[in-house]
Design a protein around this ligand. Structure first.
Ligand code: ADP
Ligand code: ADP
Length: 229
């Protein structure tokens, strides 16, 4: 099953007289359950693509489908409904509410979802059940990011979009976060797209997409993981 289909997807940012072509006629298909890494220099369009796939921003031209639904036809309201139902986000910064425990931070999301996990279930998936009554300040950066991941998956999204999830972490802590993402992908089958510079995840992804200047310049496919799966 194909989850995302992009056809000649293009994004231009305009500020005053200046125009920036952030995505140029991008064609791409993402299959259900895939773990895909987006690599490339700063400014090559990775975040722009993730934001459009997540319904946080509109494309300028071209088409993007989520399954059979054309996202590029939706207005803000339609995109919000799509996002709430189907998409989980993980960003570089965790955005946890400091006055709430890990459990309560996750529970905030599960209260407004249709078929959520129990917060302890989501936290167990990232290995944090033993610390679920800690406050963010009592957790390390990597643990806080794992709470943010638990929060993102608790509503059982179809896709998990991660923009530099280990960007604020040292490499050893970052690996634990990546292991949590891999484990979720394996156990729940959540289609996962990750922008990262972390070399260890490139080896375990199904595909690595190399971005250059608003286009995908090269794709590396992992045969190992596909045949192992
Ligand atoms: P990456 O994630 O690969 O670093 P981005 O998608 O963030 O790349 O950016 C692609 C291009 O679009 C860059 O030239 C960037 O400066 C520009 N850009 C991104 N967001 C905006 C914005 N909100 N307004 C104007 N230009 C933007
Ligand atoms: P909702 O589910 O209420 O519609 P959004 O879809 O707007 O929420 O956002 C999903 C999550 O991603 C929220 O936790 C929001 O705070 C966070 N978020 C959205 N955009 C950004 C961003 N650019 N940087 C950090 N967090 C963001």
């Amino acid at each position: 099953e194909t989850v995302f289909t992009a056809r000649a997807l293009t994004k231009t940012y305009t500020s005053g007289e200046t125009q920036v072509l952030a995505l140029r006629n991008l064609d791409l298909e993402i299959s259900a359950g895939e773990m895909v890494v987006l690599l490339g220099p700063s400014g090559s369009g990775k975040s722009t693509l993730l934001n459009i796939m997540g319904g946080l921003d509109h494309a300028t031209s071209g088409q993007l489908f989520f399954r059979d639904q054309e996202l590029t036809n939706l207005d803000d309201r339609g995109l919000t409904a799509y996002r709430r139902q189907h998409v989980g986000f993980v960003f570089q910064f965790y955005n946890l509410i400091p006055s709430l425990t890990a459990y309560e931070n996750v529970a905030l999301v599960t209260e407004i979802s249709d078929h959520p996990m129990r917060p302890e279930e989501a936290l167990a998936l990232v290995g944090l059940e033993p610390r679920m009554h800690h406050f963010p300040a009592q957790l390390s950066g990597g643990e806080q990011q794992r709470v943010a991941i638990a929060r993102a998956i608790a509503k059982r999204p179809d896709v998990l979009l991660c923009d530099e999830p280990t960007g604020a972490l040292d490499s050893k802590t970052g690996i634990r976060v990546i292991e949590a993402l891999l484990s979720i992908n394996a156990q729940l089958g959540t289609t996962t797209l990750i922008i990262t510079h972390n070399a260890s995840i490139q080896d375990v992804a199904d595909r690595v997409l190399f971005f250059a200047d608003g286009q995908i310049s090269r794709i590396h496919k992992s045969e190992v993981r596909r045949t192992a799966a």
